[in-house]
Design a protein. Structure first.
Length: 133
């Protein structure tokens, strides 16, 4: 069973990393599955994955149930917007594709704004930062 978790962990890690550049692939769900699989396959892999910049920048505070700071949300939404805009422009003759991209983009923005909890960043004063215990 540990081998299955290990294989699935690396597969979803690859898909999550690919999702950073491909607008249709979601990054966060794949990285969450990777974290789950690595935690069950090997303590060493789990520690390695949690030490990566990819995990720390995108998932750490979210996994702990503290949400994401606006800075991280804006970085993710901005990257997705730029990449999806390129796809939108490239689909000039495919109106159905443009509509699909537009719907996915709107759903992404709404989810990040209203479903993913926002916590104050370290720079904001007067609040508890995401990283505080």
């Amino acid at each position: 069973m540990k081998l299955l978790y290990l294989i699935l962990g690396f597969l979803t890690l690859g898909l999550g990393a690919l999702g950073v550049a491909v607008p249709i692939l979601p990054t966060t769900p794949f990285l969450l599955v990777s974290a789950f699989c690595f935690a069950r396959s090997s303590q060493r892999l789990n520690a390695w994955f949690k030490g990566t910049k990819l995990y720390q920048d995108n998932l750490e505070t979210f996994v702990r149930g503290k949400g994401m700071p606006w800075k991280a949300k804006l970085r993710i939404m901005g990257t997705v917007t730029v990449i999806m805009a390129v796809g939108f422009l490239a689909m000039g003759r495919v109106p159905v594709g443009r509509i699909c991209l537009l719907v996915v983009w709107i759903a992404h923005i709404l989810a990040f704004c209203f479903l993913v909890k926002t916590c104050p960043s370290d720079e904001e004063e007067g609040g508890v930062a995401c990283d505080d215990p």
